[in-house]
Design a protein around this ligand. Structure first.
Ligand code: SAM
Length: 289
């Protein structure tokens, strides 16, 4: 079986061909997927992508799913995970109604759900308001946030706590100044920024930075519910479109890859819709079935 994991981020497996904008680990191929999928027709048995489709505009998403269809062999399986717009909106309406009756816990959940809905679309810098919320020392509704974002949020919160401890150490503060000076000379991006600041006004430089950030693949450009995701897959020529959960799949031994679930069985991104579809045989298309 040949497996392809697109937009893998930090979530890759050695049995898979893994690909992302930037190489995030050993054997992760760096490639911009808006330019297509860099493999020949019918070259994979399974394609998986998690929380990547919403990073493309609506038209680019269609191009991307068509590319998945091209690269899959006939009867190959596409598995997709995206944040579930319907679930977010239902949770938002529930917290809004309770917050309006004066429930303070619901008001905190309401704040978080607005971040889920808008911050990932509206932010102009990495992490945005959502990172600020997750990285505060005391998260007022931590259990709710963990229930919604799962293992991913837990590791982010733990990483920020570790960084917070390091930041407060004296050694770190002394080394930080020296390190940033060295970085300045080392990193070509920083040298480029230095020169750009010399030739652009502050407003022009700010516009350049915002534009560059928004093209880097972090922000959401569209969202899906189970209806619109199923329609997109069907429109791109897939059949047998089936809703799944994190551990249920037609991919043999899916759970052993630990892509949508952790080793202990917790769900990596419980805010997701998981959906699978099969690439239709060319003969079925010709026969119109
Ligand atoms: C929210 S992360 C999801 C990462 C991983 N699949 C997961 O579920 O944890 C979105 C990923 O899509 C990648 N990405 C966004 N646009 C991309 C593009 N045009 N080409 C390649 N990767 C892209 C980002 O670099 C990022 O790693």
């Amino acid at each position: 079986m040949k497996y392809l994991n697109l937009g893998c981020g930090q979530r890759f497996h050695s049995a898979w061909t893994n690909l992302d904008f930037r190489s995030t680990g050993p054997n992760v191929i760096a490639h911009d997927l808006t330019q297509g999928i860099p493999f020949p027709d019918s070259s994979f048995d399974v394609i998986y992508h998690s929380h990547i489709l919403e990073h493309f505009s609506k038209s680019k998403a269609k191009f991307f799913v068509n590319e998945c269809c091209r690269v899959l062999r006939p009867q190959g399986i596409l598995r997709v995970a995206v944040p579930d717009l319907e679930q977010i909106i239902r949770a938002y309406l529930d917290s809004l109604e309770k917050a309006q009756t004066g429930c303070l816990d619901a008001a905190k959940n309401y704040d978080w759900l607005l971040l889920e809905l808008f911050d990932q679309v509206a932010r102009n810098n990495s992490g945005g308001e959502m990172a600020a919320y997750l990285f505060q020392e005391h998260i007022p509704n931590k259990d709710f946030v963990l229930e919604r974002l799962g293992a991913e949020a837990r590791s982010l919160i733990e990483a920020s706590q570790r960084q917070c401890d390091v930041n407060h150490s004296r050694e770190f503060i002394l080394k930080k100044g020296l390190r940033s000076l060295l970085d300045f000379f080392r990193e070509s991006g920083k040298r480029r920024d230095f020169f750009l600041k010399k030739i652009l006004s502050a407003a022009e430089y700010d516009a350049f930075q915002v534009g560059e950030f928004r093209r880097q693949g972090e922000i959401h450009q569209w969202m899906y519910d189970s209806y619109s995701l199923a329609k997109l897959l069907s429109d791109c020529g897939f059949s047998e479109v089936t809703r799944r959960n994190a551990t249920d799949s037609s991919v043999p031994d899916w759970s052993k890859f630990n892509l949508d679930s952790e080793v202990d069985g917790t769900i990596y991104k419980p805010d997701s819709i998981f959906m699978e579809a099969v690439k239709t045989e060319p003969s079925a298309l010709i026969n119109g079935s």
